[in-house]
Structure formats: structure tokens, C-alpha cells
Unconditional design. Structure first.
Length: 285
């Protein structure tokens, strides 16, 4: 006796059409884009960073620590820290002043000031270094760091000031506060996280600047070399252990900056998502 299996009923809804090949590809496109982006980041950033760490510790911890007894490396590290100690406060003061003026005042030359702030992002650092050499002399990389880190603070603070508006400052002035008190007790606390974010970016740029500093400083070992210049010079001299050891310092600074950047971005987004409320004691002057 033969058994006949009845055909399965079609469970598809009426009007169902089999998706075309293009539709299936379009559904997979976001996943493919993410995979390509992850692959690119792994090849361009993660693998080189891992190679630096592996090469730095290839012979163990003791030889790695021995590299930091090099007078040239210590001189480059001191110069980088000195450069950052001058560049970061100067750019932060200028950035906060410029951001407050642009967001809170109307004056002639406002567009020009914005263009000057954006100038380091639109001109090659090497061109900036050559300009400074022609204007001054190839003695130090300080001017290059000042110019190349110019706009980070202002560009982070200006959007937040424009978004929050002028209401808090007007309320403080109505209660008798002068401009200086308004800035310290109202304006600066409201943009503190954006200012910290700009401070972080300025510090990272000052410590990691290479192009303009290499042109301006003269790249003299032990005298005018910053840490990025020292890494390049040590590698060219086939002193790879010293180069990789110094590179791990810059890599550590970059990693710390990245973690702080992510944290500050989250804090800023939460701050922008909440309504700005001025505490009562803030307006007491």
C-alpha cells in the first residue's frame, strides 16, 4: 500500500513576493559596511599598535625600562612636556575668550576670527612650519604647537554656548553680577565638560605634533627634538628598541586620551540632553 504525503499548505501571506537579489544585498549592506570598517581599523590602527608593543617588550621588561635611561629620550620627553605646558594653557585661554566673544557678542571681524580659528585644520602642518621658519627662525617647535592646537578649545565650546543661549548670563547680570563674575560663576561651569574635552584634544595635539615641529625646531637630537621627532630619528638610526620604547609612551598617552575622550563625549551628550538649570547659589555674587 502506497502512502501519499499531502503537500504542505502555503503559510505565506497573500501578496507575498520573493525578495530580489538586490533587496537581499541591501539588507546585508549595513553589516558588510561595519565589517569593512572594523577590518580597516584593525589593519591600519590595531595591528601597528600591537606591533609596537610586541617589539618594545620583545627582550623583556628589564631592557625596555633600560631604554628610559637614555639622555636623548629624557631630553625629548622633557621638551615635549615643556611644550605642552606652554601650549595648552595659552590655547585654552585664547579658546575660551574667543568662544565667549563669538557666541555672546556681535562685532566686526567675527567671521575673520572664526576663519583664523579654523586655519590650523585647513593648512598643512609642514606649510605652517615653513611659514614660522620664514617669520622667525628654526630654533624651537613652540610656535608650531601653539598654532596647530589653536582651534580645539574654541570649536568645542562655541556650539555649547550657542545652544544654551544667553538666559543664564542675563539673569546673573540682572542680579548685579559683573562680566567677570558672570564668566566664572555661570558661563564656565555650564561649559566645563566641553572645555575639558577641548583641553584633552589640545594636549594630545601638542604632544603628538610632528610635521610643523620638525620644520621649525631643526630636529637636533638632545636639544630640539620632541618625543615624536625622537622616535623617527631613533628608528632611522636603526636603534629600534629605543624607538619602540619611546613610541609606547606616545601610544599610552594616545590610549589614555581616547578613553578620556569617550568618557567626556558621554558626559557632554548627557549634559546637552538635560535642561540647563542654574543652582540658586550660582547666581549669588
Amino acid at each position: 500500500m502506497a502512502f501519499v504525503i499531502p503537500p504542505l499548505e502555503d503559510q505565506r501571506p497573500p501578496g507575498w513576493v520573493k525578495p530580489s537579489f538586490g533587496a537581499r544585498v541591501s539588507r546585508l549592506a549595513p553589516t558588510l559596511i561595519v565589517l569593512v570598517a572594523c577590518l580597516y581599523v584593525a589593519v591600519v590602527i590595531l595591528l601597528p599598535a600591537l606591533a609596537v608593543v610586541v617589539q618594545a617588550f620583545a627582550k623583556g621588561l628589564a631592557p625596555y625600562l633600560e631604554n628610559f635611561k637614555s639622555p636623548e629620550l629624557l631630553a625629548a620627553l622633557r621638551l615635549s612636556l615643556l611644550d605642552a605646558a606652554v601650549v595648552v594653557p595659552a590655547n585654552c585661554i585664547f579658546g575660551l575668550a574667543a568662544a565667549t566673544a563669538i557666541a555672546r557678542r556681535q562685532f566686526r571681524g567675527k567671521a575673520l576670527l572664526l576663519s583664523v580659528i579654523d586655519l590650523p585644520f585647513s593648512i598643512s602642518p609642514v606649510v605652517v612650519g615653513l611659514m614660522l621658519v620664514l617669520l622667525y627662525s628654526p630654533t624651537h617647535g613652540l610656535f608650531a604647537g601653539l598654532i596647530n592646537a589653536l582651534g580645539f578649545m574654541a570649536r568645542e565650546v562655541i556650539p555649547l554656548l550657542e545652544e544654551e543661549g544667553w538666559d543664564q548670563e542675563e539673569a546673573a547680570q540682572t542680579l548685579g553680577a559683573n562680566n567677570w563674575q558672570v564668566f566664572w560663576k555661570v558661563t564656565l561651569p555650564s561649559v566645563r565638560w566641553a572645555a575639558l574635552y577641548g583641553l584633552l584634544l589640545t594636549t594630545a595635539r601638542a604632544l603628538g605634533e610632528f610635521g610643523a615641529v620638525s620644520v621649525v625646531s631643526g630636529n637636533i637630537r638632545g636639544l630640539t627634538q620632541t618625543l615624536p621627532l625622537f622616535v623617527e630619528d631613533a628608528y632611522k638610526q636603526y636603534n629600534t628598541e629605543l624607538a619602540y620604547g619611546a613610541a609606547t609612551v606616545l601610544g599610552g598617552v594616545a590610549l589614555l586620551s581616547l578613553l578620556l575622550k569617550i568618557l567626556l563625549e558621554q558626559v557632554i551628550e548627557r549634559q546637552r540632553g538635560n535642561e540647563a538649570v542654574v543652582p540658586e547659589d550660582t547666581l549669588q555674587v
